[in-house]
Design a protein around this ligand. Structure first.
Ligand code: GLY
Ligand code: MN
Ligand code: MN
Length: 436
């Protein structure tokens, strides 16, 4: 992502914060895995969105109209010894030279410098309640300023959620963001194609996971957007299955929910396919039903349509299909009203997608479902999960779990599926798997 993109975002947030006010946001801390070992570092999405700065121990401050510069970055000073052990970090000069900060200060001097910046500001925009240490410090700085009111210094009187304005910005993806999301989608699509081709009875779920990560990393995408779900047979009925340690058995389906992250932007794809390369009769019937529901839901993605229409379309198709196949009995509209389909379809149609896999943004405004607008990206991921102990259905259906998930951009004309590069119809999947 180019620096000009971050600069444009900062300009936008400065306008929203307004003169006379101040905004601030901290970087994510490192997370310890055990003793001296950390988890791979992942910057806080909001912080990265505004700064493009990928280090911990940093705090960005936005002061619209400040003469000496509006964007101030507190960060760690360059330290030769640290560079030797841990590698490059930008230091104060790097913050201004490479990351567009107007001014930079050592993070260790935060307590001395930031209170002065808060003087005579009316509002402070920041992510409230996310970091209790920062919450505490901010209140302390403000209290100290209050104590100085006799010196004609006023303290901020209002704390405002920065997320509210920031998350609204993050919902609408720019051309540069879409480029990254398309790439994440294409690489993830290739990984799904790869495992359909490599899958064999007798392999373990984690070996499929390894093949997915192989494809991501060979393409230069080093992080998964979320832990991959590789669920064989009845494991697919566990919605957030992460054990990935069972053996693949001929005759079962395999559900793979995996997506790569490209420069902090996620893809999120699910495909379900037969381990042997050929669907059984029951698997095919249920698979086709989920696919019909997914296509009906995707057709509801166009500007001006309320968010919930795609979900309603999926519920309608799935409930009708469950009645036709004999898994539910009764009148379709009554079953929908009584939410009987939830025994088999217990989650919603999808979620916003962006820097976070379950991305930020409101789904309702004033208690009304939000209308779709160009630039929004969301997932469409209906599923059916017949629990292995579901006694209300014929045993032949039990233990089948299916989800089909794609990433969809709302465009002016309608929509664009960003993950269309993966086989999806029964015929496509069987042809691909049997060609190996
Ligand atoms: N992979 C998480 C989800 O599909 O929501
Ligand atoms: Mn998803
Ligand atoms: Mn998913």
């Amino acid at each position: 992502m180019k620096q000009t993109e971050f600069k444009r975002r900062r300009k936008q947030i400065m306008q929203q914060i307004g003169k006379g006010n101040l905004g601030l946001i901290a970087s994510a801390p490192h997370q310890t895995r055990n003793r001296d070992v950390d988890y791979p570092y992942r910057q806080d999405s909001d912080f990265y969105y505004l700064t493009g700065f990928n280090e911990s121990g940093a705090l960005a401050v936005f002061i619209p109209g400040r003469e000496q510069g509006e964007y101030i970055l507190f960060c760690r000073e360059f330290d030769q010894k640290k560079a030797l052990w841990e590698g490059a970090h930008s230091g104060l000069e790097g913050a201004t030279a490479h990351y567009g900060a107007d001014d930079s200060f050592p993070i260790d001097d935060l307590n001395d410098i930031l209170p002065g910046m808060l003087e005579n500001k009316a509002k402070v925009f920041y992510p409230m309640g996310r970091d209790s240490d920062l919450d505490h410090k901010l209140l302390e700085w403000i209290n100290n300023l209050r104590a100085q009111s006799r010196n004609y210094i006023s303290a901020p009187g209002e704390l405002v959620s920065l997320e509210h304005i920031l998350h609204e910005m993050r919902m609408f993806k720019s051309a540069a963001e879409l480029k990254l999301m398309r790439h994440a989608g294409q690489v993830s699509a290739r990984a799904h194609m790869r495992v359909m081709q490599l899958c064999k009875p007798g392999m373990y779920e984690y070996q499929i996971e390894a093949e997915i990560v192989h494809e991501f990393m060979q393409a230069g995408l080093r992080a998964v957007a979320y832990p991959s779900i590789v669920a064989a047979g009845k494991n697919a009925c566990v919605l957030h299955y992460v054990h990935n340690n069972a053996k693949l058995r001929r005759g079962d389906l395999l559900l793979v929910d995996a997506g790569a992250e490209c420069d902090h932007y996620a893809a999120d794809i699910t495909r379900t396919f037969p381990i042997s390369g050929k669907f059984s009769r029951e698997q095919k019937l249920l698979y086709q039903l989920v696919l019909d529901a997914q296509l009906a839901a995707i057709a509801e993605i166009y500007p001006g349509n309320p968010w919930n229409k795609a979900h309603e379309a999926s519920v309608q198709v799935l409930t009708q299909g469950l009645v036709d196949l004999g898994l539910l009995m009764g009148d379709v509209e009554t079953l929908i009203k009584d939410e009987k389909y939830k025994e088999f379809y217990m989650h919603r149609i999808g979620h916003w997608l962006g820097m976070d896999v379950h991305d930020v943004g409101d789904y309702k405004i004033n208690e009304q479902w939000r209308l779709l607008e160009p630039g929004m990206v969301l997932t469409i991921e209906p599923g059916l999960y017949v629990q292995p102990d579901c006694e209300t259905v014929d045993p032949k259906w039990r233990g089948i779990g299916i989800r089909i998930e794609d990433d969809v951009l709302v465009t002016k004309q309608g929509h664009e599926v960003l993950t269309s590069g993966v086989a999806k119809t029964v015929a496509e999947i069987e042809a691909l798997m049997q060609a190996k």
